[in-house]
Design a protein around this ligand. Structure first.
Ligand SMILES: NC(=O)c1ccc[n+]([C@@H]2O[C@H](COP(=O)([O-])OP(=O)(O)OC[C@H]3O[C@@H](n4cnc5c(N)ncnc54)[C@H](OP(=O)(O)O)[C@@H]3O)[C@@H](O)[C@H]2O)c1
Length: 161
């Protein structure tokens, strides 16, 4: 399965339950990659989406440990095993782990491909993605450098060592 994430120079991914920066080109890329596919998110990330609602045209799976938490607009799973059971119905290439930090860590070992947007800035962050360079993952594709809002970034794909 895949993970998709935007990180800064320090592998920071968020602050105060929001993204570090909103880059239209990156949001477009995220939409292109995930539309028509399955996304798995933690409750906090779902709450950070526009209107706190699931993303359209995707199967949204949200994780919460709270037995009282229920929603009729997406699939709620309470354990990793429950998620694995749900996604077994889909081609693993169609499944994207979409964060936040708790969910990325939970599925790190299960992901083969990581679509990482590397933002060439160091923001103040309170949430981080594991440093794939330090962990020995390798890059098998990267885009040209792009620039928006005076910020440079590029898309990279990491694969398991
Ligand atoms: N840069 C990016 O690409 C990107 C992508 C996604 C998110 N983010 C950022 O990441 C931050 C949110 O990340 P986060 O780590 O704080 O929260 P999160 O992973 O989105 O959600 C955490 C919640 O998920 C549930 N959960 C976690 N582990 C679980 C498990 N093992 N089993 C069942 N449920 C589990 C719990 O919900 P309950 O409390 O309901 O039990 C927990 O409070 C935000 O700042 C967001 O903007 C950034």
């Amino acid at each position: 399965m895949n993970a998709i994430v935007a990180v800064d120079k320090n592998w920071g991914i968020g602050k105060d339950n929001d993204l570090l920066v909103s880059l239209p080109g990156d949001l477009k890329y995220y939409k292109e990659k995930t539309t028509g596919n399955v996304i798995v998110v933690g409750r906090k990330t779902l709450e950070s989406f526009p209107g706190g609602r699931p993303l359209p045209n995707r199967v949204n799976i949200v994780m919460s440990r709270d037995p009282e938490y229920s929603r009729d607009d997406c699939i709620v799973c309470r354990t990793k095993d429950e998620v694995l059971e749900k996604i077994a119905d889909y081609d693993e290439e169609k499944v994207f782990i979409c964060g936040g930090a708790h969910i990325y860590n939970l599925f790190l070992e299960d992901c083969d491909r990581f679509y990482v947007t590397k933002i060439d800035e160091a923001f103040e962050a309170d949430t981080f993605f594991p440093d794939l360079d330090e962990l020995g993952y390798t890059v098998d594709w990267e885009s040209e450098v792009m620039s928006e809002k005076g910020i440079q970034y590029r898309f990279m794909r990491y694969v398991k060592p």
